[in-house]
Every structure is written in C-alpha cells, then in structure tokens.
Design a protein around this ligand. Structure first.
Ligand code: ZN
Length: 162
C-alpha cells in the first residue's frame, strides 16, 4: 500500500536519472522502472541506503560519493598488454570495451590508448571514481516472495526470468 516505507526484503520499483558531477546524464530508466530487492546488494550501497524509508510517490535527489558507488578509481588497474591479445579485432581504438576473463571473473576493460604493438587497457568499472547524482521517483513497493529472498533477486517483470 502507499504508506509502506522501504525496508529490507521489499521489492522496489523506481525511475531514475543518473548524472555525473558536471550534470551530464549517464543513464536513465527507459519506460519501465528499475526493480530491485532492498537489502540484497542489487544496487550500489549509497543509493540503497538513500532509498530506505521512502514511500511510493516520493521524489528525491541523492549524490552518492564514489566510495559508496562503484568504488574509487584504482590506477593499478591500468595495464599495458600486447595488441596480439586482441585476436580477431582488426582496428583497436581508444574507447572500445572488451570482456576479459580475470581471476575475479569477467570484467569489462576499456581501451585507453594504442601505442605501437601495445594497448593500454583500464579494468576499472566505467563509473569508478565518480560521484553520481540520482534523481529518483518511487513507483512501487511490495513484499518479496520467499523464492526471491532465497535467490537474493527479483523475479517477474523487471527481474530475473528462470
Ligand atoms: Zn532467482
């Protein structure tokens, strides 16, 4: 019901617009709201904390510091690798993104520069090190099913299908 305040184990639907520190819009919900399970770490901690206690119809703006978002930028994740590692890619250019298998699982790496036979890649998450501002509108709150709680994510519309 409309008076429910967001707490752990609620399934929450919200619209958002995400902007960086200079007001550039990076992402927004398109048509359908984003749906997540509160308390399960489905979304970044700073945003999850800001949503706690809100009710349907609430609109607010929150700026999440990098440390509570996608983490600080780690210069050690910038590495030089041989271009021949990019087999099957004809024309490697700055800005290209690739999936790389690492000890920590699959990571997105972004090409920073190509220098002769070598490529400078950055394995930081693209939004790492950025303070992020979210404009949020809460559109729905419901109790999670036991199955959703067991899985730690939302099922059905906007969630997982399996
Ligand atoms: Zn599931």
């Amino acid at each position: 019901n409309s008076m429910t305040a967001i707490a752990n184990n609620h399934v929450v639907s919200f619209h958002y617009t995400l902007a960086n520190a200079v007001g550039e819009v990076l992402d927004k919900s398109q048509g359908e709201p984003l749906v997540y399970l509160q308390g399960a770490g489905n979304i970044i901690p700073g945003l999850e904390n800001a949503l706690l206690g809100k009710t349907v119809g609430d609109k607010f703006t929150v700026t999440v510091p990098a440390a509570e978002g996608y983490g600080e930028y780690n210069p050690e994740l910038v590495q030089e690798v041989p271009a021949k590692m990019f087999q099957g890619v004809d024309n490697i250019q700055a800005g290209m993104q690739f999936q790389a298998q690492t000890d920590d699982g699959v990571q997105i790496v972004t090409v920073k520069a190509v220098e002769g036979e070598n490529v400078i890649v950055d394995a930081n998450f693209p939004l790492a090190g950025q303070d992020l501002t979210f404009d949020v509108e809460i559109v729905d709150i419901r109790d999670a099913s036991q199955e959703e709680l067991d899985h730690g994510h939302v099922h059905g519309a906007g969630g997982h299908h399996h």
